[in-house]
Design a protein around this ligand. Structure first.
Ligand code: KIV
Length: 254
């Protein structure tokens, strides 16, 4: 099965079975998530924060992404591996294609980029090169500095229509799904209804999109210093690490 066919299997899940997606940045986590049956593993540029300790995603480079994509690709056998094109790596169609190819060479089976109308031409060029693309609309973390923080989107009719316009442009360009980030529930439902491709939500409320994506450290509680208010933590890995290491230290000191 080629990359476009694998991506198409997820596209066809619209209005059928919800798409499950999580971020992964390393071999072991990718293998665990893949074996648990997650549909899509995103090697997200959120690794800037939760792996490298940067304040946001704006310092992430393509080298960071290829390094971690290689590790995830070694761990995942079934899930679709989605590589994030980091900031400044898709300024024009030609550069976007060249960098998308580097992610695919590292093991990605599709790429994701942020933005709507202004990205449509680049999306089309990447897809013409045989690489499936997922769009990302709503809150765009690569623009957090210009935005002055992480803000909810779809608060007004005009804002929702602007997101819809971008989403339709991405859909026309051929994306097989669109991540919606921090879009208010009513706007998320409208976008999900209007689009033919699946929407995959994060911070959009439960059940308002065709699938959900979450940052793995939020789900397992391994990055306790910042947890977004919308995240549902399902384990306390940070607490377990602290407990295990204290036990190790106690055993050493007798
Ligand atoms: O990098 C990332 O983790 C993401 C998700 C927030 C969708 O883009």
């Amino acid at each position: 099965m080629n990359l476009i066919e694998k991506a198409d299997r997820l596209r066809k899940r619209k209005n059928r079975v919800p798409i499950s997606a999580l971020t992964a940045y390393d071999y072991a986590t990718a293998r665990l998530l893949d074996e648990a049956g997650v549909d899509l593993l995103l090697v997200g540029d959120s690794l800037g924060m939760v792996v490298f300790g940067y304040p946001d995603t704006t310092r992430v480079t393509l080298d960071h992404m290829t390094h971690h994509t290689e590790a995830v690709a070694r761990g995942a056998k079934s899930a679709l591996i989605l590589g994030d094109l980091p900031i400044n790596t898709y300024p024009d169609p030609q550069t976007a294609v060249a960098n998308a190819r580097k992610l695919v060479k590292a093991g990605a089976q599709a790429v994701k980029l942020e933005g709507g109308l202004r990205q449509a031409e680049k999306v089309r060029a990447i897809i013409d090169a045989g690489i499936p693309v997922i769009g990302h609309l709503g809150m765009l973390p690569q623009r957090v500095k210009e935005e002055g923080g992480y803000k909810k989107k779809g608060k007004t009719h005009d804002e929702t229509q602007a997101i819809l316009e971008g989403a339709l442009a991405l859909q026309d360009a051929g994306v097989f799904a669109i991540v919606l980030e921090s879009v208010l529930p009513k706007a998320s439902r409208l976008l999900t209804r209007e689009l033919e491709v699946p929407t995959i939500g994060i911070g959009c409320g439960e059940g308002n999109c065709d699938g959900e994506i979450a940052v793995i450290t939020d789900v397992i509680g391994s990055y306790p210093w910042f947890v977004p208010p919308f995240a549902t933590q399902r384990a306390d890995v940070a607490g377990e690490i602290t407990k295990a290491v204290k036990g190790y230290l106690d055993a050493l000191s007798g």
